[in-house]
Design a protein around this ligand. Sequence first.
Ligand code: BGC
Length: 756
Amino acid sequence: MSLHRLRTALLLSASLLAASPLMVVPQTAHAEAVAPWMDKTLSSDQRVALLLAQMTTEEKRLLVFGYASGDQLTQIDPSVIPGLNTREVVANVIPGSAGYIPGIPRLGIPAQFQTDASMGVRNHLMPRTSLPSSLATAASWDPQVTEAGGRMIGTEARLSGFNIMLAGGINLLREPRNGRNFEYTGEDPLLAAEMGAGLIRGVQSVHVVSTVKHFSINAQETGRTTLSAQISEPALRMSDNLAFELAIERSSPGSVMCSYNKINDVYACENEALLTDTLKRDWGYKGYVMSDWGAVHSTVQAANAGLDQQSGFPFDKQAFFGESLKAALSDGSVPARRLDDMARRILWALIDKGVMDNPVVKGEIDFEAHHRIAQTAAEESLVLLKNDKALLPLSGQKRILLVGSYADKGVLAGGGSSSVSPVGGNAVTGLEPKGWPGPVVWQPSSPLKALQAQLPKARISYLSGDDLSAAARAARSADVVIVFVHQWAGEGFDVSLDLNGQQDELVRAVASANPNTVVVVESGGPVFMPWKDEVRAILSAFYPGARGGEAIARVLSGEVNPSGHLPLTFPASEAQFVHQALPGGDLPPNSSFTVRYTEGAAVGYKWFDLKGYTPLFAFGQGLSYTTFRMDGLKAQAVEGAGERLTIGFTLTNTGAREGKTVGQVYVAAPKSAGWEAPRRLVGFRKLSLSKGQSQTVSLSVDPRLLAVYDEATSEWVIAPGAYEVQLGAASDDIRTRVTVTLAAQRLAARQGKTVP
Ligand code: BGC
């Protein structure tokens, strides 16, 4: 059965289960209070060691095997699963959820209740609060925003009975057409890591394990389970894996999810170089690796390569970590110490993240408070890309026309396993596809109603835009027209950057009828805007979440000053893509193929810099209703081993109102350094400044951001020489530069230690 069909079947069966009396999730049994591993004064490692010593082999095997939800479970052949008690699993799995791993009551080990994903609790039977897409919140350039969001969705997870969230997607935006770009945090390793780490810290702050994913280089959905991503080790360490490395250091996620694809011809979930050498050895990762749903292909190779838990059976063809693992353990092809290590890692996550000490208790959710958090996140994330002659904020216009994209009803969300069912129901129903990875969800947050509430004196109306001449006619008699356009993206498919239907024609028809045209773009990632020069203002909303309509209205009206900046580049045309044609796009489904990431670590703006391309909108762009000065740039490197580059600068609000800006620091290396591209982002800071206010910032640069990975010695190498430090409001808006001389330096890849 294909993954899609299997998922649909599981969801359907979960609906049936929901109606069954078996759905009650029992309270996790507690171990005796005297159990020594429950002693919170001991370290997590000590507690795990004490607990592991009590476990039988059968119990350890129970921990490493996960189930999906659904009544397929009753059809599983019990002989392939360790100690399977189908009734127990079916009775306890939360219907509609991602997965379940039974607990071990005699030892107080809680069952693992798994839920997707990064925007919120995803369960078609449970309406929950949706954050803006992860790409949107990455546009806030403020890890406190994602951390607050993570805390909110983690709280909803706990109150819904879950203790494991599959939240923390940070794959780099390498392929602009990737259908899951909205689930990730953009194209730059530092920004992606910082924003993803914020979310993970937030989720884990309420004692829910968070899962950084999809490890690694799962950059497109076309052929995701069959393609081999080909990339050199240095390029991988300096790009996608650098994002994972930094995110893991900054947030200590309890688990890592290995991806569907192969990397250099070896499946990610049985890839020793990735899971053991890079993640566990070099980065010193102590948590566990869970597979993506259906991403396991072997028992011995996967177990010995470093996979710790098979997820979501029966998504995989076989119960690889079921009876076959038992056989492999008894013939020694998987050593007993490997099973111990798997169990140790899972227990470490459950203890260290407080899951074991704080059993989940279902309860009521304060949706109003949580929706406000989603709204704040959206308000920090909306990116004003164009605002000719300060058309925005709206001021005093009497007749305002909104056109298109159901702006009278709601705002768009992405599809697939991260799609949160909205509180209040889907605002627009009946759109294709109805089945997986649909339904197409529109959060019931109407920009029209929100704008009417914001501007009670204006006459604000809406037209669907289906009839272009009617839209143009109506536009003529409006003072300002706001056209909403959208691109739906989701898991399991890739997208075109051309807006579908006649949306481009609609913008053009309206813009030619009324010069005061604003376009609001709701998209999974970048889109083309052939009408860019014909409209006066453009606001990028990505997928703005449960209160996106309110956030958009408040930015348009000026109640909120926009402060988002692009975490990605918007290409001007396909000619600027690394791969002109989508790899595998012309092959029949299930074909195996190789995607050669010849750009290596030159992802996003680095690729554009390297090629000298001018994008539609550059990485880091984002306008405000006020203006800022950026000056006082200083860069200092303290000589000697372990030297750190420190940067100082001053940001000043020079405009007429309060606002937020992001000081973005890029470093350009001398050619001899051998960087993948001329420049890298090495630091950033978002500040809120009142009118006339100044603030000084100081940052310390992670040495890996100045280095090149040397595969031969497994070291990060900083070349000596003169480096240019640039401070700007966007990658193409550098305001000031200084030069700093760096000494030669080498750092061991193993947890970034300096080599004397
Ligand atoms: C997705 C994961 C998700 C898992 C469980 C997979 O199809 O790739 O991101 O967490 O399903 O639903």
